[in-house]
Design a protein around this ligand. Structure first.
Ligand SMILES: [Fe+2]
Length: 255
């Protein structure tokens, strides 16, 4: 499996503080069946602003440790990019912000409580410039939780959506789980990732969510979410996905 959203680099954001914990997280991921991790530290101007040189340096330090310890995980770089008006400029000037530096996909993170006005037009304009946004965990954003159907028009135009493994398995509460299932039922989610931050309270485990999707929707869909789509994203290729289903009515009936 391939995890495209993981706070695995030490001492850069609110992920692991030391490389020992990063290594421990990789060990857990490897025994869970993960072979590739995209290291995606927060890029939130004013709060977390590690530059590309630092990110590349930590990623190669971690890769070297994994080779030394024989832990079969490949590390690529990316970032968890906080959405702001500056993002289009940042994507072109800060090398590590797109996944695997390919200039093709980036993780787009909204605040937890709301979305900015014209969020949809803004993302579509970035997509039109050739860099496809992957919206991270809308099922944990208060506004999307109440308006999951609002994702349909942007997904229909090519924007991608990532849901978090622990949302599906219920650790972020019932509503995040329900919204995750809603998104899967309507083909409005393309990738499951861990968004792991630690070896303990937010571990890099993907298999439980993948197995749950396999039970509910079939193994093909699970494989698409944790293998095929993330592989295409890492390699900068187009993602093939099931046509989104027009949500009937609004969120009414969801809860
Ligand atoms: Fe994240």
């Amino acid at each position: 499996m391939i995890d495209i959203h993981c706070h695995i680099l030490p001492g850069i954001d609110d992920g692991p503080a030391e490389i020992d914990e990063s290594v421990e997280m990789c060990r857990m991921a490897a025994s869970d069946g993960v072979t590739v991790i995209v290291a995606t530290p927060h890029f939130t101007p004013g709060q977390y602003m590690a530059g590309s040189a630092r990110v590349y340096e930590e990623a190669s330090r971690l890769s070297a440790a994994l080779r030394r310890l024989d832990i079969p995980i490949k590390i690529f770089t990316g970032a968890d990019v906080a959405i702001s008006p500056e993002v289009p400029v940042q994507l072109r000037s800060v090398g590590h912000l797109t996944i695997n530096g390919a200039g093709r996909y980036f993780l787009a993170e909204f605040p937890h409580t709301h979305v900015p006005p014209n969020w949809d037009g803004f993302l579509l304009s970035i997509a039109a410039s050739g860099i496809t946004p992957v919206i991270t965990h809308p099922e944990r954003n208060l506004w999307f939780m109440n308006h999951p159907e609002a994702l349909y028009p942007v997904v229909a135009k090519g924007v991608l959506v990532q849901i978090t493994a622990m949302s599906l398995t219920g650790e972020f509460g019932e509503q995040a789980q329900e919204v995750s299932l809603y998104l899967l039922r309507h083909n409005l989610a393309h990738v499951i990732a861990t968004d792991a931050h630690s070896a303990t309270y937010r571990p890099p485990i993907l298999s439980e969510a993948a197995d749950m999707v396999a039970d509910l929707f079939g193994r093909d869909k699970a494989d698409r979410l944790v293998r095929t789509a993330p592989a295409a994203i890492v390699e900068g290729r187009p993602v093939s996905f099931e046509e989104p289903i027009v949500p009937s009515g609004s969120k009414a009936g969801l809860f």
